[in-house]
Design a protein around this ligand. Structure first.
Ligand SMILES: [Zn+2]
Length: 271
């Protein structure tokens, strides 16, 4: 066996961290009626292009099969949404330590306990948030520069993800500075830090949304995820977006077939 280079070790470390995260998510998927995942066998490496890219994910491992065979996959193009007066998403976000790390596929911030959303009278705790470049969902066929995913879980293990579209502007967004000024360039584990982040400040002021039921957008692509994609984007500067793009040129799964699913839109005109 060849001696490992530092970068190889870092990639493997990043992969192990991500595998653990995926194992946790796979365990959650039991709640959606899917099979339990043996934890002993590591999940395979996957990428956003080439031989381990999105169109191959379903073939890389039996545990990723639903990436190819599922009928309720994410992301999708959010189009022809039925405009309704839906319940508001109640955000109870508090500050957290900035537990930021590069997991090999994105920049992720693990969130301290104590923050949640309430949706349809069910509490979903905020677990982590992370970014995609460009956006994964599109709205009426239009992709945004980036997309932020706030991942939440309820007491039964069901996931609800709030998506925030990111639009490029001229001005740095100060609320995001502590993240985008110090993006960890090497894959690794969450770093102990004294810096704080307030997820409430990362949201747009208007919180109308599109909603549908889909999946994780990364392997194992588990279904049964409640998506709540805010229809008002936030702005980041070109400089902030470029800092992320330098690390992740493209980490967005292409849009999937909607099949028989409905997209509902919480629309001010319907209120
Ligand atoms: Zn995501």
């Amino acid at each position: 066996m060849k001696p490992m280079t530092r970068s190889t070790i870092l990639v493997i470390c990043g992969f192990l961290v991500f595998s653990m995260a995926l194992t946790a998510l796979s365990t959650m998927s039991i709640a959606y009626g899917q099979s339990a995942t043996p934890t002993a066998i590591p999940l395979p490496h996957w990428t956003y292009e080439g031989a381990e890219g999105p169109d191959k994910w379903g073939k890389l491992d039996d545990r990723f099969a639903v990436c190819a065979t599922g009928h309720a996959q994410s992301p999708i193009d959010l189009t022809k949404a039925q405009k309704l007066n839906l319940v508001d998403i109640k955000f109870n976000y508090k500050s957290s330590k900035l537990n930021i790390f590069n997991n090999g596929h994105t920049i992720q911030v693990n969130y301290d306990a104590g923050s949640s959303i309430i949706y349809n009278e069910i509490e979903y705790k905020l677990v982590q948030f992370h970014f995609h470049h460009p956006s994964e969902h599109t709205i009426d066929g239009k992709a945004f520069d980036m997309e932020l995913h706030f991942v939440h879980q309820n007491a039964s293990g069901d996931l609800a993800v709030v998506g925030v579209m990111i639009h490029q502007s001229d001005k740095d967004n100060a609320a995001y500075a502590s993240i985008f000024d110090n993006l960890p360039s090497a894959a690794g584990t969450p770093q102990a830090t004294t810096a704080m982040i307030d997820a409430a400040k990362l949201l747009p002021d208007v919180r109308l949304y599109d909603t549908y039921v889909g999946s994780l957008t990364t392997p194992p692509c588990s279904e049964g995820v409640r998506w709540l994609v805010l229809t008002t984007p936030i702005d980041l500067s070109a400089k902030q977006i470029e800092a992320f793009a330098k690390l992740f040129e493209g980490n967005a799964r292409p849009v999937q077939t909607i099949n028989s699913r409905d997209v509902l839109q919480d629309n001010v005109a319907a209120k």
